[in-house]
Design a protein around this ligand. Structure first.
Ligand code: GDP
Ligand code: MG
Length: 668
């Protein structure tokens, strides 16, 4: 078995190359213990050569989740060969990571990508000289055009089999050189004991990398000596330690590129990007353009196309359910089992699966935005306002998707690189009122605010956002202290996304979703069916108002007395809303024994105007549905924080509805 690791900056073409190398024989999952996407695949034509697509990173410092995952992967797993992919049109920035990878002394090949763009703009790289100067074999490729891939595979095999490590070139000079080599000799024994390359260990120590220092197990004495020698270097260079190291690397890169890289004349792609950016990120048009683009995507996803697909999909599922139902009847299966399968399991799974087309369509658009380079700009535009809330610009898109559905929104937080930013975003997403709540709002608006339906809707959405902002402020002051990671991403040129990458991503999301539907949702559906179908003595009930669920509703109804609706039917409906928010309306209809069109009239006998709005506020803010909770649990990786989220949200919902109802009853 030979293991390759694919490493490079974001948008350097990693995913495109990975897909070229593996075809579609890939396995998608997470790194053990953390939720950062991991993809493994066999290289086409080789059954025993595995390549792993690692997250896009800019350096090997332990600042972001991605960097930590990548570093641990390289240091702890048996990687036989690193494939470092570089964007030729941005080679200086990309080489910054390469220099750190060289220090690891793992066999390595450089895949210099985007050569098509480079060449059409009159640029080139003198590959042989370049390769000699950096001491690593290089292969020019174009992942998108499938050029040079065979040569790359060939070179990868040669390097891996013969264990050709990067040459030990000394790319430092002056004060940094003295400091680096001094420390490197001093810690040699510790580095060997910890299984780390000594030069890598030394440069990370200079950069003040604490996790690594711990790993080396240095004595107090040694730590002090290192500190002294670093301070000495800082004085001599007149720069702080990190800047001095960065400067040293960039000096080497500059020298290297001066002699071996012929820079392209200002590239077509660059000029095009500048032109597009002069509208899309300009002072006045940036936000309107963004609103327009997102509006269009939302309209297409949740509007006609999405509805068409969802309806079509629902039709197919219905047909399957009916078919199975007939089959069960034909074989005279016990009616209870029939009910369990049809009303419980299938109904539950299909209610979740019916989201799937929408999610796949949404991810289709999002992956186009991402690959084209627009997403980086959105994050850049929104960074400043969100920073005030303790979030970074990248949190914006997931929260926006939350207005459609929390499930893909929570899945989309994977694009955030710091664990802190990611968790905060996940916790905030459920405050963005999702589309599944719209049926509830419209039924109530029709019943109680027939002339002000739109205002009520807007008020509810706004309340969700305001409460979310408040919650973010509190999180920032308590659980998630500290600043969001600084925005360092450079804006890549706009590029045509590759169809293969987009399609593969859609398939991954769909697969992910289906797996979830058949695990956690499966269980939850059985439980809810059971509670709905049996009474306390475990007799099957005809009328769901005698079921265990209704009993639970009766027990918890008094909790809602201060909110104005001490009614077991309202309580039961809220419980069923846990499975899916649309269920609140359908349960109310079932419990009130009425049809959907009569529902508004029946509701007016159950609620007053004030208690109706209080009910709406509660529905807006209380726990998200099972599917969303399952997503939270998976992405947070902790049951405790998931339960904490549910409890907190219910508490917030109760308090806000209580405040509203108390004020309303005092005024009216
Ligand atoms: P990743 O972020 O490193 O995974 O990068 P992607 O594989 O998503 O690629 C980023 C963008 O560059 C996509 O729009 C690709 O279609 C495009 N791209 C990738 N390789 C090439 C290439 O060789 N030439 C050109 N012109 N574009 C490429
Ligand atoms: Mg990628």
């Amino acid at each position: 078995m030979i293991n390759f690791a694919l490493i490079g900056n974001q948008n350097s073409g990693k995913t495109t190359l990975f897909n070229q190398l593996t075809g579609s024989n890939q396995h998608v999952g997470n790194f053990p213990g953390v939720t950062v996407d991991r993809k493994d695949g066999y290289i086409l034509g080789y059954k025993d050569r595995v390549i792993t697509d690692l997250p896009g990173i800019y350096s090997l410092s332990p600042y972001t989740n991605e960097e930590i995952v990548t570093r641990d992967f390289l240091l702890d797993e048996k990687v036989d060969c690193i494939v470092n992919i570089l964007d030729a049109t941005n080679i200086e920035r990309n080489l910054y990571l390469t220099l750190q990878l060289i220090e690891l002394q793992i066999p390595m090949v450089l895949a210099i990508n985007m050569m098509d763009e480079m060449r059409t703009n009159g640029g080139t790289i003198k590959i042989n000289e370049f390769s000699r100067a950096i001491g690593v074999p290089c292969v020019p490729i174009s992942a998108a055009k499938n050029e040079g891939i065979q040569d790359l595979v060939h070179e990868m095999m040669r390097v891996a089999v013969n264990k050709i490590r990067p040459e030990k070139i000394d790319f430092c000079a002056g004060a940094v050189h003295r400091c680096l080599h001094g420390i490197s000799h001093m810690i040699e024994d510790h580095a060997v004991a910890a299984g780390l390359p000594r030069r890598f260990a030394a440069s990370k120590l200079i950069e003040g990398d604490e996790p690594l220092a711990k790993r080396l197990n240095l004595t107090q004495n040694e730590l002090e000596m290192i500190e002294h020698s670093v301070v000495e270097m800082e004085k001599e260079c007149e720069m702080d330690r990190e800047a001095a190291m960065a400067d040293m690397r960039y000096c080497f890169i500059e020298n290297l590129c001066r002699n071996t890289v012929i820079r392209p004349t200002v590239s077509k792609e660059y000029l095009r990007s500048v032109k597009i950016d002069s509208i899309l990120t300009s002072k006045y048009f940036a936000i309107p353009a963004f609103v327009l683009i997102m509006g269009l995507i939302f309209y297409l996803t949740f509007g006609p196309i999405g509805t068409f697909l969802s309806d079509g999909f629902a039709l197919i599922i219905d047909w399957i359910i009916n078919y199975i139902s007939e089959l069960l009847i034909q074989f005279e299966i016990n009616p209870v089992v029939h009910s369990l399968v049809v009303d419980g399991i299938f109904a539950g799974i299909s209610s979740v699966l019916s989201f799937m087309p929408v999610i796949v369509v949404l991810f289709f658009f999002l992956s186009i935005l991402e690959d084209s380079g627009y997403m980086a700009r959105v994050a850049f535009i929104m960074d400043r306002p969100l920073r005030q809330l303790g979030l970074s610009g990248k949190s914006f898109v997931p929260m926006l998707i939350g207005f459609g559905c929390s499930v893909p929104a929570i899945m989309a937080t994977r694009t955030l690189s710091s664990e802190r930013d990611r968790k905060m975003t996940i916790l905030l997403t459920p405050f963005m009122s999702c589309t599944a709540k719209v049926p509830i709002y419209s039924v109530f608006a029709l019943a109680f605010f027939p002339n002000h339906a739109a205002e009520v809707m807007i008020l509810l959405y706004a309340t969700g956002i305001v409460v979310g902002i408040g919650f973010a402020m509190i999180l920032k002051k308590t659980v998630y202290k500290g600043a969001p990671i600084p925005f360092v991403m450079e804006l890549p040129n706009y590029r045509m996304p590759s169809a293969k990458s987009v399609l593969l991503l859609m398939w991954e999301k769909a697969k992910d979703f289906i797996t979830r539907a058949f695990t956690i949702i499966f269980l939850a559906s059985i439980i809810i069916w059971f509670l709905q179908s049996f009474d306390l003595r475990f007799n099957l009930v005809e009328d769901s108002s005698y079921s265990i669920l209704a009993n639970i509703g009766q027990i918890i109804a008094p909790i809602f007395a201060p909110l104005g609706f001490n009614d077991w039917r309202a309580a039961t409906a809220l419980i069923t809303g846990f499975s899916a928010k649309e269920a609140v309306v359908s349960s109310l209809a079932v419990l009130l024994k009425t049809s959907a069109d009569q529902l508004p009239t029946m509701l007016s006998s159950m609620f007053t105007t004030a208690s109706a709005f209080s009910f709406l506020l509660f529905t807006l803010l209380y726990t998200p549905c099972v599917a969303a909770i399952a997503a939270v649990k998976r992405e947070m990786g902790s049951v405790k924080s998931t339960i904490a989220l549910i409890v907190t949200q219910c508490a917030i919902a109760w308090i806000i509805a209580f405040i509203f109802y108390t004020c309303a009853s005092l005024i009216l």
